[in-house]
Design a protein around this ligand. Structure first.
Ligand code: SF4
Ligand code: SF4
Length: 108
């Protein structure tokens, strides 16, 4: 039997946070009818990134698995950073421009 992440369907709420963690291999798919996720045996690298992401402890590697910690942590760190929406990024840009204008105005 392949070592892959295992989903506890009684805990899974289908929030798909784990699918974000699994953005490299895309091994996790949401089953819309059942509202839980499934892991592809062919695609799972057993890195453990999904396990760290799930707030409900609903997905985990089996106890005998030794996760690739380096891969897991780098994927986890990448996915934990909140992505800025375009609107927020633009608002920040405008804010910086206005600040610069104010500073230039003060120095004149
Ligand atoms: S993060 Fe956890 S609860 Fe959410 S879909 Fe994945 S396994 Fe289910
Ligand atoms: S262990 Fe890694 S590759 Fe496997 S489902 Fe979780 S995040 Fe994806």
């Amino acid at each position: 039997m392949a070592t892959i992440a295992i989903v506890n369907h009684e805990r899974c709420v289908g929030c798909e946070l784990c699918t974000r963690a699994c953005g490299v291999t895309h091994a996790i798919q949401l089953d819309l009818e059942r509202n839980w996720v499934e892991v592809s045996e062919e695609l799972c690298w057993a890195c453990g990134a999904c396990e760290r992401m799930c707030p409900f402890s609903a997905i985990a590697l089996p106890p005998w698995a030794e996760p690739n910690k380096e891969l897991r942590d780098s994927i986890y760190a990448k996915n934990r950073k909140p992505k800025k929406s375009r609107v927020v990024a633009q608002a920040e840009e405008i804010g910086e421009e206005e600040e610069e204008e104010m500073l230039v105005g003060r120095s004149q």
